[in-house]
Design a protein around this ligand. Sequence first.
Ligand code: SF4
Length: 448
Amino acid sequence: MPLTGIEIFKLLPKTNCKECGVPTCLAFAMSLAAGKAELTACPHVSDESKEKLQEAAAPPVRLVTIGTGDRALKVGGETVMFRHEKRFENPPGFAMLIKDTMDEAEVNARLERFKLLQYDRVGLILRPEMIAVKNESGDAAKFEALVTRVKQDSDASIILMSENPDILAAGVKACADRKPLIYAATKDNLDKVAVLAKENSCPVAVKASSLEETADLTSKLNTAGINDIVIDSGSRSVRQAFEDQVIIRSSALTKKFKPLGFPTITFPAEMTDDPMKEAVIASMFVAKYAGIIVLSDFQGESLFPLLVERLNIYTDPQRPLATTQGIYEIGGPDENSPVLITTNFSLTFFIVSGEVEASKVPSHLLVMDTEGLSVMTSWAAGKFVADAIGPFVKKSGIMEKVNHKKLVIPGYAAAESGGLEEELPGWEILVGPREGALIPAYLKTWKS
Ligand code: SF4
């Protein structure tokens, strides 16, 4: 249960020394409770209080890291049931299934798809993160060889799938340095799998046949000293699996039930043979509340929408996607090139910059900070208006880069052209198109 500001205050030194940057310990406590400050900002808090405060601050769904380095996947760490309450923190990982009974051509094709299926969207690279290597052959050597291959030929975070501890050990041997997720500890193999996970410092997933059994297995792993746990409640019908996700999240958040306070792994791949239904089920788990989603394969037509859905669900609803304010030089412009201005809503920026690039007319694009709002919205909100644009243009440094005084403003801000001529004396304000798609034709008529 998170502590209130007053409860936090009782654990602070109460000296009001101001070293944390606020005038009083009470103000600091309130900031901590609101998540606006870090405990490390107070150098005087006692070790005992620190421990209590850190324990209280730990998210009710444990943050678990799978893999290493830049490609490490963090799952869990969630603090709310509904995105609008604050935000969802760590997007679920998408895993592609590769089985050790697949022939070499199929394995090659899947590894190739894993590499190729990535998308550049609004300045972000959208891509899946994981490969689930499943033992179906019953042959430890075959499994180990496939895990080695996946490790060598991809930068994926790896899930090792078997219920046989000896086969899991062969997989761990091949990729222990990549900190794979060991899937799965069950009621029949838990002791051996726990030893394997502990010896190699790997996260481990439990697979149960009910939520009660899940809680029992996670408690046993905790007792064995393992805390990085992922939960598979075992349900494979859509309805039951959905209900389990909701119950697991709400038990952790509202009931503070620690045995279910872990991220989950889900298997749309095992719920249907229809690829389109599988994508729809995966989509449901993106929204509620999977930590990992294992798909039977990756195909662009289903993976791309899932990646976009994930991006949208896991953005901060209180903060629009924004681009950094500044001058963007597109196509190697010179002092005679056009100067256009737009806002820093990411989608606006990428549409406008893409169309300028497509025009093949080298240009300077001024991007103004409108707190991530689009042209129309920021204009209506009074943020993209003449008396804001004028000072920005003057300070931007564009006047040192061009030897003309022409500024192209978006068609939706046409009403600002008169005001801008007053704000920027000597400048000619040109009204560009309303739609990005018309920018190339417009720029082709440019004369400095
Ligand atoms: S640094 Fe610590 S002791 Fe000093 S005012 Fe801030 S909270 Fe209080």
